[in-house]
Design a protein around this ligand. Structure first.
Ligand code: HEM
Length: 411
């Protein structure tokens, strides 16, 4: 049902929202900064920067046990964990600490040649044509191949990965059966990988997790299936390991795919920005942050752990809350010319990667992928424009980015 009043019917799967959310956020920030929707089990939706940040910091009131809002039941009730994103302290701290070395700046920077090689391989296939679909032929493949590489599985498994993400994050939030089938297929595939790496480890993330230990005090983690008993080191359970891998696939693919696609979409409509970046690649670090601010792809969710009042709203334990970091990034009280893309913006405290204890663990990897892939794209592909602005389609749900992006090359 099409939304007629965003204050009471907020729906992040509405096609109008995924095509153009900016005016909706502006209207809500001014008239009803914390909306309450009749949809998605009565979720709350803050839209101001300060409110989004306050919720993210208050992990006692706003639990991460259900980081995706679904129509039918709280994610925690699925019995599926995806730590650390689906957990609260102290368990969260233990799992996050385990993963940190894998995503540190040095090992991630070592992946740069791999990203450039993937980008070159993809560009080779269309650079001599009259145009391409930059979402279908380019942006979606970069993160899929990288994540496959990190998990130590063949890069050709990409189609399967993309299918899981689509079925879970887009279709699955309103369709329980599709979500369950995707999870079944995912767990079947990676259970085999896990068992193989226990016997014969490689230098990939699955092998690392299969042989790692954590110390978790196990204080009855709601949303986590593990109830560890003591303060002692222990290996990850199968469910924990598969949960972390699930998160890598869900958090690492369509997020980055969306950021790469949105950046190319912007450059297609702003040849002046494209020309500046080609002429002066030294602009990239600052420009990248601006693309991430303006086209932040990821909206997260929380679940009320207790009854509380927030900005005058009476919230109850169990209520879902949508946490739109992209709306915070467009708040004019924090960012001058918030709705403009200023590629040399000097002050940019954006929250595209979240804020607080759950801040994106993969941010070094995401930055590397977006910058290296798009830089290569604009260096090698002739000047380009949108073939037809109306032909561009955007994903629905908690991750937003172009899914079809037809371009024409201007030779
Ligand atoms: C442009 C791309 C990306 C964006 C915009 C993004 C955004 C985010 C955001 C907003 C969060 C905060 C979640 C919360 O507060 O609940 C998050 C968490 C996380 N992200 Fe990313 N992400 C991106 C790419 C990646 C990649 C490539 C990976 C790894 C392969 C990754 C792994 C994670 C993990 C593991 C967490 C959970 C951290 C925790 O709970 O402590 N992300 N991401």
């Amino acid at each position: 049902m099409t939304v007629t009043d965003w204050r009471t019917q907020f729906d992040h799967t509405d096609p109008g929202y995924s095509a153009a959310p900016y005016a909706i956020w502006d209207e809500l920030r001014e008239s009803c900064p914390v909306a309450r929707s009749e949809r998605f089990r009565g979720m709350w939706v803050p839209t101001r920067y300060d409110d989004v940040v306050a919720v993210a910091h208050d992990t006692t009131t706003f639990s991460s046990r259900s980081p995706i809002v679904t129509e039918y039941l709280a994610m925690a009730e699925f019995g599926v964990m995806a730590p650390p994103i689906s957990s609260d302290p102290p368990y969260h701290t233990a799992i996050r600490r385990l993963l940190l070395p894998f995503f540190a700046p040095k090992p991630i920077e070592a992946l740069r040649p791999r990203v450039v090689a993937i980008a070159d391989d993809l560009i080779d296939a269309f650079v001599d044509a009259d145009g391409c679909d930059a979402a279908v032929q380019f942006s979606q493949h970069v993160p899929v191949r990288l994540i496959a590489h990190l998990l130590g599985v063949p890069e050709e498994e990409g189609d399967r990965f993309r299918g899981w993400v689509h079925d879970l994050l887009e279709v699955g939030i309103s369709d329980f059966a599709t979500a369950m089938l995707a999870l079944q297929d995912f767990f079947g595939y990676f259970r085999e990988q896990m068992l193989a790496r226990r016997d014969a480890p490689g230098d990939d993330l699955v092998s690392y997790l299969a042989h790692a230990t954590i110390r978790s005090s196990g204080e009855g983690q709601s949303g986590n299936l593990v109830e560890a008993s003591a303060d002692e080191d222990r290996p990850l359970t199968d469910q924990e390991l598969l949960g972390v891998v699930l998160l890598m696939v869900v958090a690492g693919i369509d997020t980055t795919w969306s950021a790469i696609g949105s950046t190319i979409w912007h450059l297609a409509g702003h040849p002046d920005d494209r020309d500046r970046l080609v002429a002066d690649p030294g602009l990239w670090p600052v420009a990248l942050e601006e693309f991430l601010r303006a086209y932040a792809p990821v909206t997260m969710a929380r679940e009320l752990a207790v009854d509380t009042e927030f900005q005058g709203c009476p919230m109850h334990a169990g209520d879902p809350l949508l946490l739109p970091f992209p709306a915070a990034n467009r708040d004019p009280s924090v960012f001058e010319r918030a709705d403009e893309v200023v590629i040399d913006r000097a002050h940019n405290r954006h929250v595209a990667f979240g804020v607080g204890i759950h801040r994106c663990l993969g941010s070094n990897l995401a930055r590397l992928e977006v910058q290296a892939a798009v830089q290569r794209f604009i260096e090698r592909v002739p000047p380009f424009r949108l073939a037809d602005p109306d032909a561009v389609t955007w994903s629905a749900g908690q991750v937003r980015g172009p899914r079809s992006l037809p371009l024409v090359f201007e030779r």
